[in-house]
Design a protein around this ligand. Structure first.
Ligand code: ADP
Ligand code: MG
Length: 719
């Protein structure tokens, strides 16, 4: 290649040798326009060379390679286009047979006595070892066996083959007339290696420099080269993300103002004494964390996670009363009307006899009630306001909002928060979630959030037993259900959907797409009424009933008039009936782990032990089976979250969180958890220094953080 047409990073791929406009158009589909983009289009996997093996050691189905001499070649043509070419390859350790269907050219390619290298997956056919369509490399007579090559495999698009991708990338890597700019200061590369022992990096080494990493990622010399190249790029991706999050957190703490909520020991004692029970050690610890947070003049941003019933609401009530004690208001936002009303009831009864006034803004208020609530919120007569997120859009004005508690985080993002800012002040935020988030996710999606966890359950609660039903269990289980009913307990029966015709439940969004071929709640309801539970009072509940109707059914179940509630997942959140201790889940394979766990939380509300039996219908695929097995084996929401993550990856959480963060390209949250931890620590340390924002050696990295996350995380300019 001459100087004049040397490849630079900005060379358009269509001008690469052998590409042209038509293929360039196709590459655009992969987001590749320039040579640089080609370099940063990472392989999704690799083909590793098959280990060489002597013929007498070959095992059926185990990939291997061997070098030998062509001893015999035979071509049989059956009809035009239909042929079989067979060849015998021999060496000192034996002979193998190669088979090629409809590739007549093979007969000419493989000449007698030619030395070849064969690799593929062998099949033992009696005593004969056979390879069908193996990879064959011709060797010249006295050539050494070629160095085995690790080959990249790329994501493809129509009209772009694996060999095209390899050839183009090779062309750029070999012909590039300039170097990629290093963004990580040498100092940092040396320090990072220390914390990267987890990636198999020798702590005495430093991380690869960028040009070396990119070359090694596409065309590694050997496995070590590949590992080091990946390590550098994985670390970089984690580090840039963590820098962005650390910068954001720092920015929020510097730029945002929130009221200082002081808690003297007198206030603390007074609030604590309102609870009719001693707080658990976990609750005490978390409350301490919150007290420290809100004593700062910038907004708390804390996620409180714990299983249903672990006592989160009690912690939230503490925090709200702390705001009130400091002459501020608090707002509690629930994901559904039902839950909002339930919170309202809990708060009202809890605060009856005090001067603290609780209000609710809900869809069922009359216009005048609504006006009154809004005006009393604005004047400050209402101290604690409860509602759904709809209240954000209802033009609600607070007198002095000090704290915002959000129950279930998934739909509450940056935009919603802006609606609660007033006069340059933010409230403190406490987000409660009963969906335990695996640590590695928490660290990224919620990386700018502090995390508190309640793992301990308040005392005096029954245990929940979970059974994965077996064939022939049906009668036994329903007999057990009737016995519990006769003892006075209540029962849930959950089925995946409403009727045979239409899709998914709306409230809350089902975690797994529910298909149409499943048992419907309505038919289950009818079957039970006319059969197994004919002697009991049964109610039906699903998301398509109107609000009043739903409300009535729930109240009847709450009061005990209904003994059995047949329902879709609308009960997943919201209903709290401590006398309901038995749950049957039908079509359980249709539900995700988190959802199942939420459902199970419904029968662990009281002093009685709970019993959950899960049934599947139709064939269950292995992944679902594994999921249900894990579910029946542990009650620990955090263990389940980790298992869910292991089985399904972070996909759903990314989708739900509305974090809007771009997906990771090379790092994998699960596999690279330890790298993320290391990157987080380094990022926090770096951002804490003046130097990070001032010095030239960080300039490129700052620019990269901005390019990737600046707009999404509102990082401002980092100059
Ligand atoms: P969550 O919001 O996590 O589902 P809650 O705060 O609603 O949990 O608590 C569940 C139940 O346990 C409530 O009835 C609550 O009154 C009770 N509870 C909470 N904390 C304690 C405690 N420390 N000791 C005894 N009961 C508690
Ligand atoms: Mg709760």
């Amino acid at each position: 290649m001459t100087e004049s047409n040397a490849i630079t990073l900005s060379t358009q791929v269509q001008y690469l040798q052998g590409v042209g406009p038509a293929r360039a158009k196709r590459l655009e589909k992969l987001g590749i326009h320039t040579a640089q983009q080609l370099l940063f289009f990472f392989p999704r996997d690799y083909e590793f060379p098959a280990p060489s093996c002597s013929i007498d050691q070959i095992q059926d189905g185990v990939i291997c390679s061997l070098v030998g001499r062509v001893e015999d070649v035979d071509l049989i043509t059956r009809s035009p286009g239909k042929s079989i070419c067979t060849a015998i390859i021999a060496n000192d350790s034996g002979a193998v047979k190669l088979l090629f269907f409809n590739q007549p050219f093979r007969a000419e390619q493989l000449m007698l006595d030619q030395q070849v290298q064969v690799s593929g997956t062998p099949k033992l056919n009696g005593l004969q070892v056979e390879f069908t369509h193996p990879k064959v490399v011709m060797l010249s007579p006295d050539e050494e066996t070629p160095e085995p090559e690790i080959l990249p495999t790329y994501p493809l698009t129509e009209g772009v083959k694996q060999t095209d991708m390899r050839r183009m990338t090779r062309l750029v890597i070999d012909g590039l007339s300039e170097e990629l700019k290093e963004v990580m200061p040498g100092d940092l590369r040396r320090r990072s290696a220390e914390v990267l022992g987890v990636q198999g990096i020798d702590v005495n080494d430093e991380l690869f420099e960028i040009n070396r990493s990119i070359r090694g990622l596409h065309f590694p010399k050997d496995e070590r080269d590949l590992r080091y190249s990946q390590a550098r790029l994985i670390f970089q991706e984690c580090f840039v993300l963590q820098l962005a999050l650390a910068i954001r957190q720092k920015r929020l703490s510097v730029e945002r103002k929130a009221p200082l909520l002081a808690s003297s020991s007198m206030i603390h004692a007074r609030i604590q004494n309102r609870f009719p029970f001693p707080l658990t050690a976990d609750q005490t610890r978390v409350i301490q964390e919150i007290r420290e947070d809100v004593s700062n003049p910038y907004p708390m941003n804390r996620l409180l996670q714990g299983d249903v019933g672990s006592g989160k609401t009690v912690v939230a009530i503490y925090a709200m009363l702390l705001a009130v004690a400091n002459q501020h208001q608090a707002v509690l936002m629930a994901p559904t009307e039902v839950l909002a009303r339930q919170h309202f009831r809990t708060l009202s009864s809890f605060l009856s006899g005090t001067k603290v006034r609780v209000g609710i803004l809900s869809g069922s208020l009359s216009a005048s009630e609504r006006r009154r609530t809004l005006s009393e919120t604005q004047s400050g007569e209402i101290h604690l306001l409860v509602g759904t997120q709809a209240l954000l859009h209802a033009g609600v004005q607070f007198h002095r909002l000090g704290l915002c508690v959000v129950d279930e985080q998934h739909k509450f993002g940056v935009a919603q928060r802006e609606l609660l800012r007033r006069g340059g002040q933010d409230p403190h935020y406490l987000v409660m979630s009963a969906t335990p988030i695996p640590r590695s996710i928490a660290m990224t999606l919620f990386g700018d959030t502090d995390l508190s966890t309640l793992r301990e359950t308040p005392p005096g609660r029954g245990v929940v037993h979970t059974y994965l039903s077996h064939a022939g269990w049906k009668d036994r289980w329903w007999k057990f259900v009737r016995e519990r009913l006769d003892e006075g307990r209540q029962v849930y029966v959950v089925a995946p959907m409403i009727d045979g015709s239409e899709a998914v439940e709306q409230e809350p969004a089902a975690e797994h797409e529910v298909r149409e071929d499943v048992s419907s709640v309505e038919s289950v309801f009818e079957d039970l009424c006319n059969g197994l539970l004919a002697d009991y009072r049964i109610g039906l509940l699903h998301g398509r009933m109107d609000q009043d109707c739903k409300q009535r059914v729930m109240e009847e179940f709450q009061s005990g008039r209904l003994q059995v509630l047949v329902s879709t997942t609308v009960i997943e959140v919201g209903i709290d009936v401590s006398n309901a201790t038995v749950m049957t889940i039908l079509g359980a394979q249709k539900f995700g782990l988190a959802q199942l766990h939420q459902l199970r939380g419904r029968v662990s509300r009281g002093v009685h032990d709970g019993h959950v039996c899960i049934f599947t219908d139709g064939d269950t695929d292995p992944e679902s089976h594994e999921r249900l097995k894990v579910f029946s084996e542990t009650n620990d929401g955090f263990e389940l979250a980790e298992a869910d993550f292991r089985l399904r990856g972070p996909g759903d959480l990314f989708g739900k969180s509305q974090s809007g963060l771009p997906p990771l390209r090379i790092a994998n949250l699960h596999r690279d958890h330890d790298v993320m931890v290391a990157a987080r620590k380094l990022a926090k340390e770096s951002v804490a220094t003046e130097e990070f924002f001032a010095s030239d050696q960080w300039h490129e990295l700052r620019a990269q953080v901005l390019r990737r996350y600046g707009a999404r995380l509102d990082l401002g300019d980092l100059a």
